[in-house]
Design a protein around this ligand. Sequence first.
Ligand SMILES: Nc1ncnc2c1ncn2[C@@H]1O[C@H](COP(=O)(O)OP(=O)(O)O)[C@@H](O)[C@H]1O
Ligand SMILES: [Mg+2]
Length: 248
Amino acid sequence: MIQIENLWKRLGGLEVFKGVSFEVQKGEFLALIGMSGTGKSVLLKHIAGLMKPDRGRILVDGTDVTRASFRELEDIRSRFGFVFQNGALFDSMTVFDNVAFPLREKTRMTESKIADRVRHDLEQVGLGGAEEKYPSQLSGGMIKRAALARALVRDPEIVFFDEPTTGLDPIIAKSILRLFDSFHNRLKLTGVLVSHDIPDIFGIVQKVAMLHDGELVALEEAKNIQSCSHPVVDQFIHGRIDGPIRYR
Ligand SMILES: Nc1ncnc2c1ncn2[C@@H]1O[C@H](COP(=O)(O)OP(=O)(O)O)[C@@H](O)[C@H]1O
Ligand SMILES: [Mg+2]
């Protein structure tokens, strides 16, 4: 379970978080939505312990990642699967080696067990046969799927996906979301999904949180979010041009 308590963070003269609090229960998937630049990626980096807040705590199963020692952070991160927004693949490694990397670095599995697992996971994400390709030879969708395979190869309990479908065509985007849904259902993952795939994501998460102007303006059951009456939420999820959100 992830508990975010009264998070404050100032970056580049801007209050990115002004007292953000919410929880993600074990086995629950939460979609984090909001305009570009509202701090969604920064929030995930805080949960991963890569950035420290000015104030507040983030507890992962009771351990405060904002104050954890290096060892404690390593332990917690070993249970995480991450797909960063721009953190694609290691360019100098094949798809196979990219996905095998966490197993080679962090486990004592034999090469033959690693090969079995990597081939299996690449099949799962529809990349069977692309093992020996390099990232520069892949399409955007293939890179995202390989990154997904790499994030899931160690059977993480907690996953974070930062815009896993942004920039992909709608069919590939849907297939990635479906894949994600099947992993979640099968493995009962706990996680946070940052995505603009509205309304598709509402069918695969349980909760939706919206960040706006440093605050959490919504934290709703996914089935209720589309009737949320908060004007900012209503405007954003329905893509209305008129409303309280102003673009300059
Ligand atoms: N390392 C950093 N240093 C300074 N400002 C940053 C840094 N990372 C992000 N920001 C700023 O924090 C805000 C939130 O960024 P981000 O989390 O990337 O937004 P989102 O993912 O919601 O589009 C933006 O104004 C961005 O410019
Ligand atoms: Mg982002």
